[in-house]
Ligand binder design. Structure first.
Ligand code: GLN
Length: 441
C-alpha cells in the first residue's frame, strides 16, 4: 500500500479500531520516507494535543516535541495523534476521554495502555511507526497485548521536551512497531542530547548492535502469571536456547516492591505536574470568572478531569504531605535505588533480564470494568521494575493463547545498553512465527 493510499484510508481504519484521537487532513504523502504517529501527550504544531484529557480539549501547541521534530527532519510524516489513558494513567486505555482503541485480534478486548492507540496503529498498519511513551509500562504492555515490538530506551536517551509530563523522573519516549528493525532505527533518530531537556544531556552514544548471548530469569518471574502466559514464556525460553542464548535463574527479591514504590513516586510527581491545568493557560477556559480563584480552579478541575486522574492527584498529594513524606515518598525513592542496584549486579553477569511482559493476555472490556484500581495497578507487576529503574527494555511477541491472543516477553538491559535489545529483537523476529491480525475495514 502506498503512503498516499494509507492516508486516504486512515479515517475508515480509525472508525473501526479507534486508535487515533486526531488524524491528519493531508491526503498526499509527497516524498515522505515513512508515516508515523505520536501519542497524544507529545506536542505537535499542526494537531491538537490533549493527553487523552477533556481539560486540554482545543489546545494547539505552537511547537513540536523534539522527538516529533526529529522524526519529521528524518523524512517522516505525522499522520495522527494516538488515543491513550488520560495523562498516561492506566493499563488498558479505558481511561481515555476521547476514544478507547480496540484490539485488532479481538475488538471486544483492550489494546493495553496507556499507549494503546500507538500499539493498535502499529498492529493494524504494516510498516507504521508509532511513538509511545512509558512511565511505568505504557509501551511494553500495549505492545504485548497487540502482538508487536516495543522498546523503551534508557531514561534520558530521548529528549522529553514537548512531552506533557506524567512523572518527570520516569517518563521515557520509545517506539512501537510490527517490525523489529524499526526499534533501533527510529530510537536512533529520536535520541540525543537536547539543551531543552537537561536530563537528556549526558549520554553515551548508542553502541553498535551487540548479539544477545545470555539472559537471567528471576526465580519468581512467572508467579501469579496465567497458564497460557507461562507456557508461551517457557516456549520462548526454549527457542532462545536453541538460538544459542544461555539462560540462567537468578533471585531478584527487590522487584516485588517496584509496584508500590512506583505508584508512590509516579502519583507524587503527577499531582504536582497537573497543577498547571486549571483553566487559565491551556485548553478549556470557559469557567465562571465571577468565582473566587480557588473556587474557579476547583469547579474547572472537577468538571474536566476524569475519575482516575482525580484519584491520582489525591494519592500523590497525600504521599508528599509533610508528616507522610518520609514514610511514603522518601521510602519509595530508597526502594527505587535498591532495584537499580539489583539490576546492575545481575546485568554485570549477563546481557538482559527476561520475564513475561504482562501476567495475562489482553482482557475483555467487560472484565476490565469489574477491576478495582488496585487490581489494575497490579497488572504492571512485570513492567514496573525496569521503568522505575530507568533501564532500557523491550517487549517482543513470544506466542498466542488458545483464543489467538498475543503474548509478549520483556528483555531488560543495563543503562545505555540499547544495542543489545535492538539486535535481540532483530534476531528474534527471524525465528518467531508471527501471526498477524486479520485486518478488514
Ligand atoms: N499503568 C501504569 C500507570 O497507570 C503505567 C502507565 C504509563 O506508563 N504511563 O501509571
Amino acid at each position: 500500500m502506498s503512503h498516499s493510499s494509507v492516508l486516504s484510508s486512515l479515517s475508515k481504519i480509525n472508525e473501526k479500531y479507534r486508535m487515533f484521537r486526531t488524524v491528519t487532513s493531508e491526503t498526499d504523502a509527497g516524498d515522505a520516507k515513512f508515516l508515523f504517529s505520536a501519542k497524544d501527550n507529545l506536542t505537535s504544531k499542526d494537531m491538537e494535543t490533549c493527553s487523552g484529557s477533556r481539560i486540554l480539549e482545543g489546545y494547539r501547541p505552537p511547537f513540536d516535541a523534539t522527538s516529533i521534530a526529529k522524526m519529521r527532519e528524518a523524512g517522516g510524516l505525522l499522520v495522527g495523534k494516538t488515543n491513550m489513558d488520560e495523562f498516561g494513567f492506566g493499563t488498558f486505555s479505558t481511561n481515555s476521554a476521547f476514544g478507547v482503541p480496540r484490539n485488532p485480534y479481538d475488538l471486544e478486548r483492550s489494546c493495553g495502555g496507556s499507549s494503546g492507540g500507538a500499539a493498535c496503529a502499529a498492529a493494524v498498519m504494516e510498516g507504521h511507526v508509532a511513538i509511545g511513551v512509558s512511565t511505568g509500562g505504557s509501551i511494553c504492555c500495549p505492545a504485548s497485548f497487540c502482538g508487536v515490538y516495543g522498546v523503551v530506551p534508557t531514561y534520558g536517551r530521548v529528549s522529553r521536551y514537548g512531552l506533557l509530563d506524567y512523572g518527570n523522573s520516569l517518563d521515557k519516549i520509545g517506539i512501537i512497531s510490527s517490525n523489529a528493525s524499526d526499534l533501533g532505527k527510529y530510537v536512533e533518530i529520536m535520541a540525543g542530547a537536547d539543551p531543552r531537556d537537561p536530563t537528556s544531556c549526558v549520554q553515551p552514544a548508542i553502541g553498535a548492535r551487540r548479539k544477545l548471548k545470555s539472559v537471567a530469569v528471576p526465580g519468581d518471574a512467572t508467579e501469579g502469571v496465567s497458564e497460557d502466559v507461562k507456557k508461551a514464556f517457557k516456549d520462548g525460553l526454549e527457542a532462545l536456547k536453541s538460538m544459542g542464548v544461555d539462560v540462567e535463574k537468578v533471585e531478584m527479591p527487590s522487584l516485588r516492591y517496584a509496584i508500590p514504590a512506583y505508584y508512590v513516586i509516579a502519583t507524587s510527581e503527577a499531582s504536582t505536574n497537573l497543577a498547571r491545568y486549571c483553566g487559565m493557560r491551556y485548553g478549556h477556559q470557559d469557567g465562571d470568572l465571577s468565582l473566587k480563584f480557588d473556587d474557579y480552579f476547583t469547579s474547572f478541575r472537577s468538571q474536566y478531569f476524569g475519575e482516575e486522574t482525580k484519584r491520582r492527584i489525591l494519592l500523590g498529594t497525600f504521599t508528599r504531605m509533610v508528616g507522610f513524606r518520609d514514610r511514603y515518598y522518601s521510602k519509595a525513592r530508597r526502594v527505587r535505588q535498591s532495584i537499580i542496584e539489583e539490576y546492575r549486579s545481575v546485568l554485570s553477569g549477563c546481557d538482559a533480564v527476561l520475564t513475561p511482559t504482562m501476567p495475562f493476555v489482553s482482557p475483555k472490556f467487560t472484565d476490565i470494568s469489574k477491576m478495582t484500581p488496585v487490581e489494575s495497578y497490579k497488572a504492571d507487576i512485570l513492567t514496573g521494575p525496569p521503568n522505575i529503574a530507568g533501564m532500557p527494555h523491550a517487549s517482543m511477541p513470544c506466542g498466542y493463547d488458545r483464543d489467538g491472543m498475543p503474548i509478549g516477553m520483556q528483555f531488560v538491559a543495563n543503562h545505555w545498553d540499547e544495542g543489545v535489545l535492538f539486535s535481540a529483537a532483530e534476531e528474534w523476529e527471524k525465528n518467531f512465527d508471527a501471526v498477524r491480525p486479520e485486518v478488514s475495514i
